[in-house]
Design a protein around this ligand. Structure first.
Ligand code: SF4
Length: 487
């Protein structure tokens, strides 16, 4: 029996999908890219915009039409707003929060679904499920499992219960790459930015125990992973929700020490931090330990204090400025990335110009710039979206041009230098490979050698463009992979 999984949205959903696949495959299902041959069909939903939600409805209507012709079971999890959850309950066989993933095999059994393993009645194999869910607390919650409405009511919105998220983290992931991995360190968000629905879909912040995170990161380093990203909605408020836990800076320090003892085989990144919580000790840790990649993504969203207040961002420009000054002082080689929203409700031309000036001041290497669109479930959804689309487009264009100008000047200064690059894939243009530097600058290399994918190489930079660089292969760097110990 086969399963098909549609994963929408961000890196967090991609990371969650690695654990979803482990659980489903522990029941004996095998993955297929062809949904027509799957008997178990699932979606990890994203509520950030209407488009992915429309995709969920589109798929489930197609699948439900097929139910007349063949036996299929459907489920949806991931980021789901209370309103959509009510509607999904009428359309999908299973609707459950990601925190209850560990109970999915039990849900199927209680629903009367025979998994491939239960059909084969292979008792030994059945233990695989228990292995994967080794530390998962299995409880009988039939009522709540089959009727999540008992927990989430659309008429009286409540934040999703996030306390069982530990079950998800206890599942051993099936990493999708052999050299890049995401490690969840936290779930949910306490910041309640007015444009964002995440606190309503993922609930309040919950930090994963540091011992588990460090274990997972160390194993990935030992297994030869070159790029490891610590994931959370607000990574640098890590630990604040727990009485006795490391701070984010302390967590980075422990990972830094582990990197030192393993001869720094990887680049360890994190995303996303919040400017309010970007304390100097976090930046000191990144500066101190070679394994912590010298690339920082610090979302600004707007360069105007009044807009930041309206966005409920809980940081102002001066606070942001202090962090950038710390980064430039302690890690001068670090690249700086950001997120920006243009055309937020009420944004004046003058306020937009303040954001534009921030680009000159902070000299970003990359910025993910979005035109504001109201997100269902977010506080600002109720406000008038009063900036004309043409104005938003114009601001996006001017900001993108500014970014390209700054990035092009930075990239030009790299000409002639030799940089370490992680090769990630082939380029669309045949005869070229694509990768990135430690600072995540996109790098093109003239080579057809696909065996280099997943390896560190040294590249001499010979060309620079607005948002990328290109160069010639100098040498393949020694693979510092260390054999996995027996423990
Ligand atoms: S910090 Fe703001 S934008 Fe980021 S997840 Fe939390 S509410 Fe959303």
């Amino acid at each position: 029996m086969k399963y098909h999984l549609v994963v929408l949205g961000c890196q967090m959903n991609m990371s969650d999908s690695e654990r979803v696949k482990s659980v489903i495959e522990s029941m004996g299902f095998t993955h297929t890219d062809n949904e027509d041959e799957a008997s178990l069909l699932g979606v990890l939903s994203c509520s950030v915009r209407q488009k992915p939600i429309d995709k969920v409805y589109n798929r489930i209507h197609v699948w439900n039409r097929q139910k007349n012709k063949r036996n299929i079971i459907t489920f949806v999890s991931g980021c789901v707003l209370p309103d959509d959850r009510e509607k999904f309950l009428k359309l999908f066989d299973f609707v459950f929060p990601m925190s209850e993933l560990g109970e999915f095999p039990q849900m199927l059994r209680e629903y009367g679904v025979a998994s491939p393993l239960s059909l084969s009645q292979d008792r030994e194999s059945t233990h695989n499920v228990e292995d994967v869910l080794s530390e998962v607390e299995t409880k009988s919650k039939k009522q709540s499992l089959l009727n999540p409405l008992t927990k989430y009511s659309a008429s009286k919105p409540v934040l999703p219960n996030n306390k069982d998220i530990f079950q998800l983290w206890n599942v051993k992931p099936q990493y999708q790459s052999e050299f890049e991995a995401y490690v969840p360190i936290q779930n949910g968000c306490d910041k309640f930015c007015s444009f964002c629905a995440v606190p309503y879909t993922r609930g309040r912040e919950v930090s994963r125990p540091s011992a588990e995170i460090i274990d997972e990161v160390v194993q990935l380093m030992k297994n030869g992973y070159k790029s490891i990203t610590l994931l959370g909605q607000n990574v640098n408020s890590y630990g604040l929700d727990r009485d006795e836990e490391l701070s984010f800076a302390e967590l980075l320090t422990e990972i830094g020490k582990a990197g030192d003892s393993l001869q720094n085989p990887s680049w360890v990144y994190f995303t996303s931090p919040h400017p309010r919580d970007m304390s100097r000790d976090v930046i000191e840790a990144i500066a101190k330990y070679p394994v912590l990649a010298k690339q920082i993504h610090l979302p600004l969203q707007s360069g105007d204090d009044k807009v930041l207040i309206k966005m409920n961002r809980k940081h102002n420009l001066d606070r942001y400025r202090e962090s950038v000054a710390d980064i430039r002082e302690l890690i001068p080689q670090a690249t700086l990335f950001t997120d920006i929203i243009v055309g937020f409700t009420g944004e004046t031309e003058e306020q937009f110009m303040n954001t534009l000036q921030c680009f000159d001041e902070f000299q970003y290497n990359m910025a993910y710039i979005a035109m504001y669109s109201p997100r269902p479930g977010a506080q600002s959804y109720r406000w008038e979206d009063d900036i004309p689309q043409a104005t938003k487009k114009d601001r996006l264009k001017r900001l993108s041009e500014k970014l390209e100008e700054i990035s092009a000047a930075y990239n030009h200064r790299l000409l002639g230098k030799e940089l370490q690059v992680l090769i990630r894939s082939t380029e669309r243009k045949t005869g070229f490979l694509s990768g990135h530097t430690e600072g995540k600058l996109v790098t093109r290399i003239k080579s057809k050698d696909q065996s280099l994918i997943g390896k560190f190489v040294k590249v001499k930079i010979t060309e620079s463009a607005d948002l990328s660089i290109a160069g010639e292969l100098v040498t393949v760097l020694k693979d510092k992979r260390i054999p996995v110990s027996a423990d």
